[in-house]
Design a protein around this ligand. Structure first.
Ligand code: ATP
Length: 247
């Protein structure tokens, strides 16, 4: 897949697959094209950018699907969690109702949606907060609500774009454990975008390294982090907390 802006490639001939049950990290410096790659998968590119090539979910080609069909897939078969939970939540709606709404949009009846929303929030460690509004919650609690919404319809693919960057390390660790458990319970594929190599080391089996819109290295996390082949990966490792362990 390639993403162009005004005729120039900002993501250039990127090719990768994420299998069911597999957790793949996408790393690279700011501006390397990680977020645009994720947005292109979901058909959510900003105005003025276009994706060409192919994005397949199972057997289905997603590039070129009409918006109506894409919005049916989003949240049901592919779900995304972004860095800032407040932008994903409705500030004037109770969080339980927001989780229930994610289910109702995709056809779950009202009573079942309410029950399932309570169950999902319970699994996220938020059993008593269904009637809260987003502003009454901490950042970590909000991100867990967003995760409950993303997981509500048991998506086959979960894409997380820096979901824990704004959170302190303890809260981050808790959310990463929830993501790990939720995706493995569902046998879902995970594409996890981050600039934090330690997070990838703890969560992912495979890693893709992006530089200037291209994937310059890909492979099992253990191999890439202990015997990097590309100069840029070596540089990322040297600049990370992992450098001591990887050398
Ligand atoms: N709307 C846009 N129009 C034109 N170019 C864009 C647009 N959005 C992003 N770009 C360019 O595409 C490149 C990749 O951006 P992208 O946001 O995917 O990077 P990233 O690796 O996710 O960075 P970050 O970690 O900061 O989110 C950047 O060079 C950016 O300048």
């Amino acid at each position: 897949m390639t993403v162009t802006a005004g005729g120039l490639s900002v993501v250039d001939t990127v090719s990768f697959a994420v299998d069911r049950g597999e957790r793949v990290g996408l790393i690279g410096e700011s501006g390397s094209g990680k977020s645009l790659t994720a947005s292109a998968v979901l058909g959510l590119l900003p105005h003025g950018l276009a994706a060409t090539g192919s994005v397949r979910l199972g057997e289905r080609e997603l590039l070129g699907l009409p918006e109506r069909e894409l919005s049916r897939l989003r949240g049901r078969e592919v779900a995304m969690v972004f860095q800032e939970p407040m932008t994903a939540l409705n500030p004037s709606m109770r969080v339980g109702a927001q989780v229930a709404e994610a289910l109702r949009i995709h056809g779950t009846g009202k009573r079942a949606a309410t029950e399932r929303a309570a169950d999902l929030l319970g699994r996220m460690g938020l059993p008593d907060l269904a009637r809260s509004y987003p502003h009454q919650l901490s950042g970590g609690q909000r991100q867990r609500v967003v995760l409950a919404i993303a997981l509500a319809n048991d998506p086959a693919l979960l894409i997380c774009d820096e979901p824990t960057t704004a959170l302190d390390v303890t809260v981050q660790a808790r959310i990463l454990r929830l993501i790990e458990r939720a995706t493995s319970e569902r046998d879902a594929a995970l594409l996890f975008i981050t600039h934090d190599l330690a997070v990838v080391a703890g969560l992912c089996e495979r890693v893709l390294v992006m530089l200037d819109g291209r994937i310059v290295e890909a492979g099992p996390v253990r191999r890439v982090f202990t015997a990097p082949e590309h100069e840029y990966t070596r540089m990322l490792l040297a600049a990370s907390d992992l450098s001591g362990r990887a050398s």
